[in-house]
Design a protein around this ligand. Structure first.
Ligand code: ADP
Length: 708
């Protein structure tokens, strides 16, 4: 069962791992996509930056041309010298990157060629002529040129309108009346040079005071052009370091990536050793001229914008997934175990409950049939709990009125209340176990005798409650009483005739009446001895009866104990002689006084001494001593006789108990002597005790509180 659950757990854990891994991959993919998106945006921003910078450069060029146009429009005729001074003042070479030359071309019709040629020659350019030669309807002939690169000085007199690339740009500029950019051109006089202006920006100049609202009006009012010739490669070469762009790119004039029309190529564009993350073709429109830009991200860009987050996410995610999966597996397995344990515990509990129920039923049955009641007392609030049997024992129908300790004490017989209270208090203090008998009064004033035993419940070393049993002993008490009364009656009735018999037998054996034959004397002797024994037994029985009935009165008075001891020894010496033992009194170093009745002490001593003599070997000593022990005066009687075995020791003070040996029976006795002795000693506030070793002898002692 467990291995099935185990397999199920593994399967569930693997499923969880799979789901988590998929989730991790999805998150990592999403992050990857986002980071690519951001880097694509950054790449676009780079292209925008480039485009913007190019636009700004061209706008600078346009503004330069607008300045030149202003010069023309201010004075209508600008001399070569003025143009030269104006351009020089602008510091073009430094402020306008890539600028090759700035010039002015005059727009003339066929019929104005001769006059213009003459005019220019008159201005100090004797070799001036318009080229390429040939008759054309209109010309845009260069009149002034300010060059910033020797190699690229365009020729004065060149008809820009004769060349298609220039013509397109010139036409577009007039058509919309604004600056227009040419396509890629080759300067006519510098075709073999490595460096040359490849783009021209044209700005048309119109005659003053003539309307220029429509294209036709502008063609009509056209005066000429100021133009800027620049080299895109140089322009970018100066521009790029300022921008610090992280892209490599190629720039083409026109809409196609035509090598022959390439304007610029980054040095590393073909050197990339890796496939760039981003590359793009962008169509630019600058002053009416379409340019194609091809850009790709460079190593620096890649390094800056490549995020390791997706890989890190993936790896960390996989690690966490495995961890979670392991934790899940652990938890599920733990839970499984806990469930199994709980199940088995539940099963155990069920069995235990069933057993408990069974034993409780048996217990209740036993209680019911024994008539025993159970009670408990909680000390914290004096609360008392009784079961139904307890109520019955107290003659009650319910226990509603019995909720406190006081309500219980109220039911105990007045004469026993104080004792019961003390016994319970002593039990709580741990001084004595609670095992007692008391009388109670039923509601109908009937007196009942109950016996009760209880034990104290401790929590954390503190007594918290008491639980006990109680049963009715009224019947036993009644029988005891009947028995005692019977014994008492019989004893009294027997004693009087027995005294007469003993007296008569004594007279006959003493030969006072007549001389007896020897045989008859022996028989009478036996009869006399047995009559004596019977008398002793009856006396003991009567004593016991009186003691139990509380009829034996004690007349105690303080007196020294030693004289009583000595008197007892003297009185019992005849018996010692008969048993052939010697009583030896140990001289006492103390002379204690005790509060006792002398006759009772003599009775106690007679019992101890006769027992010692009876159970000693002939010709042995019985030692009698008087000592003081912890405020008590102790009389000890030691013999070296048979001693007591362990079994006998625990019963020795019980009524009618005799050690079961033929030897004891031979020695006679009633088995009441020690029981009576104990009762008498205790009535005089004393204690009895003994020590004994089987086969070696015994010491019996009685102690009485010393009085001063
Ligand atoms: P009994 O009249 O039989 O002596 P006791 O009550 O005086 O009655 O003694 C009870 C029993 O205790 C005796 O029968 C005997 O077996 C035992 N016993 C009493 N004293 C001694 C003793 N000194 N040595 C051995 N056994 C003793």
């Amino acid at each position: 069962m467990f291995s099935f659950a185990h397999r199920k757990n593994i399967r569930a854990s693997l499923w969880l791992l799979l789901v988590l891994l998929l989730l991790t991959v999805a998150i990592s993919w999403f992050i990857q996509r986002q980071s690519l998106r951001y880097s694509a945006l950054a790449f676009d921003a780079q292209i925008n930056e480039l485009e913007h910078s190019l636009g700004l450069c061209l706008r600078d060029n346009e503004e330069l041309l607008l300045g030149a146009k202003g010069l023309y429009q201010a004075s209508q005729t600008v001399e070569r010298e003025e143009f030269h001074n104006y351009i020089n003042s602008l510091d073009v070479a430094h402020r306008y990157p890539g600028m090759q030359s700035l010039g002015y071309s005059k727009w003339i019709a066929q019929n104005e060629v001769a006059a213009l040629t003459q005019n220019i020659r008159d201005q100090g350019v004797p070799q001036f002529s318009i080229f390429p030669q040939g008759e054309r309807q209109y010309y845009s002939t260069i009149i002034y040129v300010e060059s910033f690169s020797q190699d690229n000085t365009p020729s004065v007199g060149f008809d820009l309108f004769s060349e298609p690339v220039h013509r397109d740009a010139i036409t577009a500029a007039v058509e919309i009346g604004q600056a227009r950019l040419s396509g890629k051109v080759k300067l006519v006089q510098a075709q073999q040079q490595a460096k040359y202006a490849d783009s021209f920006l044209y700005l048309p100049i119109f005659k003053k005071g003539v309307p220029t609202n429509t294209a036709a009006q502008r063609w009509e009012a056209l005066e000429g052009f100021v133009y800027a010739a620049f080299n895109t490669r140089d322009l970018l070469a100066e521009l790029l370091p300022q921008r610090n762009l992280q892209i490599e790119f190629s720039l083409y004039a026109g809409r196609a990536a035509d090598k022959s029309r390439s304007l610029f190529e980054s040095p590393q564009i073909n050197e990339n050793l890796f496939t760039p993350a981003h590359h793009k073709y962008v169509q630019l429109e600058l002053y009416g001229q379409p340019w194609l830009l091809y850009a790709e991200s460079n190593a620096e860009f890649e390094q800056q914008h490549t995020s390791h987050l997706p890989v890190i996410t993936l790896l960390v995610g996989i690690f966490i997934d495995c961890l979670l999966c392991a934790i899940f597996y652990g938890l599920v397995t733990q839970r499984q175990r806990a469930l199994l344990l709980a199940k088995s515990m539940t099963e155990d509990a069920r069995v235990i409950n069933a057993q408990l129920k069974h034993s409780q039923d048996r217990f209740e049955l036993a209680l019911e049939s024994s008539g025993m009641g159970i009670w408990s007392l909680r000390f914290s609030d004096n609360n008392m709990q009784w079961d139904a049997s307890m109520c019955a024992l107290f003659g009650l129908t319910d226990n509603n009125s019995l909720t406190t300790y006081e309500s219980f004490l109220a039911l105990v017989h007045r004469e026993d209340t104080q004792r019961v209270f003390m016994e319970i208090a002593q039990a709580i203090e741990g001084k004595k176990g609670y095992d007692t008998e008391y009388r109670i009064l039923w509601p109908d004033h009937q007196i009942r005798h109950l016996a009760s035993r209880a034990k104290i419940i401790y929590e954390g070393g503190e007594a918290v409650s008491m639980i006990g049993t109680c049963w009715d002993i009224s019947e036993r008490k009644r029988l005891d009483k009947v028995k005692t009364e019977f014994v008492s009656t019989v004893s009294h009735e027997l004693r009087t005739p027995l005294t007469a018999i003993t007296g008569a037998l004594g007279l006959m054996i003493g030969g006072n009446l007549f001389e007896l034959p020897e045989k008859a004397k022996n028989v009478l002797d036996i009869a006399y001895k047995n009559a004596q024994r019977l008398k002793l037994l009856i006396n003991d029985l009567l004593d016991m009866d009186k003691l139990l009935a509380g009829k034996l009165e004690f007349h105690c008075e303080p007196q020294p104990l030693m004289p009583l001891v000595e008197r007892a020894v003297i009185e019992n010496r005849a018996y010692a002689d008969q048993m052939q033992v010697r009583y030896q009194i140990v001289p006492a170093s103390v002379a204690p006084r005790v509060d006792v009745e002398d006759i009772r002490v003599l009775q106690i001593m007679a019992n101890f001494l006769s027992n010692a003599a009876k159970f000693s070997k002939p010709d042995s000593d019985v030692i009698i001593s008087l000592t003081c022990v912890e405020g008590y005066a102790r009389i000890s009687v030691s013999d070296t006789g048979v001693g007591l075995d362990e079994e006998s020791k625990s019963h020795i003070f019980e009524k009618f108990y005799q050690v079961d040996s033929s030897d004891t029976r031979n020695k006679g006795g009633t088995g009441l002597g020690l029981a009576i002795t104990k009762e008498i000693v205790e009535r005089m506030n004393g204690r009895v005790g003994f020590t004994s070793v089987l086969g070696e002898g015994s010491t019996f002692y009685a102690e009485f509180p010393i009085v001063h």
